[in-house]
Ligand binder design. Structure first.
Ligand code: GLA
Length: 373
């Protein structure tokens, strides 16, 4: 039997702009990052037995491929879900060992979950020669999250993790899955992430609730105006007319979605024209929308964005990812980073009694085989 091992390096992601837009038929602008999960795989010669060791959780998950039931432990379900999805598409899985180590902070909004799902699927695909395409790996990750974890996530995180390209953002059309790589050249500026260290739990319902609110509203808008069921077809006047039937909450959600879809195109234009000031303004507007209209921010994130606004060398900042915790993304002049981080740490800790962590990041390559773990 072949006992040779393979190592997979799977990145987290950032999203420059286009938040909560992937499941609303818009465009998003994510990138894989230069922080990874490392997964080492080896066949174990058995037909069905698998064991998966996670350094971060300090645990081993033992499984039989014939019995892929949901677990009551969160991290198990990402993996069991992936195995189930692969099983549905291919008959080639056999017993294996897998060891997982991560340098992506869990719960920080940079999608360690997509790195895990996609890295796991990618590794099994290579180990057993399953011939699944990149797009299938992306879909496997997303479906695992829907069916086993319970988060009805969009496709952005998995797509960015698998398709990332160093130095580039991915301008992804979430309806057709067409995409274009856009160089991210920020000159003297960089992307700084400030991690609130507040854990978000998308599965608890607020995320799924937003998705449901948008779907129900879109149904009504599409029926009323005879348009395709896509937010990209909805014009502001349609929302104004149907608004009273939607209820105030749903009206606010839709207002955000329509504005954010437009902001993504403006951001792409700003990037192509090297207009970082404009890009920064858009980031601040996105945060305002996420906080006031979409209501997925939290006091810690709002505090950090307010703080960013008081720093002239920051062009823009916003919460990133699903929300309710995680990171803010700051478009900041490189020379301002050390002093701002220091100031933010002191202010944040004195306000919330909680520590703030930070890291700078650049767009990296997508999930791939690696020589080292
Ligand atoms: C989470 C989901 C993504 C996306 C973002 C918000 O990260 O997994 O699909 O919806 O939230 O933009």
């Amino acid at each position: 039997m072949d006992r040779s091992e393979i190592i997979v390096k799977s990145p987290g992601r950032i999203n420059l702009i286009g938040e909560h837009i992937d499941y609303n038929q818009g465009w998003v602008l994510p990138a894989a990052i230069d922080k990874h999960m490392f997964l080492t795989f080896r066949k174990n010669g058995s037909k069905n037995h698998c064991s998966i060791i996670s350094d971060d959780f300090g645990e081993t998950l033992s499984l039989n491929l014939e019995q892929l039931e949901k677990s009551d432990k969160g991290w198990h379900n990402y993996l069991i879900g992936v195995l189930f999805e692969i099983h549905e598409r291919s008959a080639g899985l056999e017993g294996f060992e897998c060891h997982i180590r991560s340098e992506i902070p869990v719960g920080s909004g940079v999608s360690s979950s997509a790195a895990l799902e996609c890295g796991f699927a990618f590794g099994l695909n290579s180990l057993f020669g399953l011939k699944l395409s990149n797009l299938e790996l992306v879909q496997i990750g997303q479906s695992a999250e829907h069916r086993y974890v319970g988060t009805k996530c969009g496709i952005m995180d998995q797509f960015a993790s698998v398709q990332g390209k160093a130095g580039h953002l991915i301008h992804l059309d979430c309806l057709t899955l067409d995409f274009e790589y856009i160089p991210m050249d920020l000159g003297d500026h960089c992307i700084l992430l400030l991690n609130t260290n507040v854990a978000h739990d998308l599965a608890t319902g607020a995320y799924n609730e937003r998705r449901q609110e948008c779907e129900t509203s879109l149904d009504l808008l599409a029926r009323t105006y005879g348009i395709e069921k896509s937010f990209r077809e909805v014009r502001p006047h349609m929302l104004e007319t149907v608004g009273t039937h939607l209820g105030i909450k749903a009206y606010k959600r839709c207002t955000y979605v329509i504005a954010e879809i437009a902001r993504v195109s403006e951001a792409v234009k700003a990037l192509k024209e090297n207009d970082l000031k404009k890009l920064g303004e858009l980031l601040y507007k996105t945060h305002e929308g996420l906080s006031i209209l979409y209501e997925v921010s939290c006091p810690e994130l709002d505090f950090l964005v307010r703080l960013a606004k008081s720093e002239p060398l920051i062009l823009g900042a916003r919460m990133m990812g699903g929300g309710f915790g995680g990171c803010t993304l700051n478009l900041i002049h490189k020379k301002a980073v050390p002093a701002f981080v220091e100031r933010a740490k002191v202010a944040y800790e004195s306000e919330f009694g909680n520590s703030l962590s930070h890291f700078q990041t650049v767009p990296g390559d997508g999930t791939a085989l690696s020589q080292t773990s």
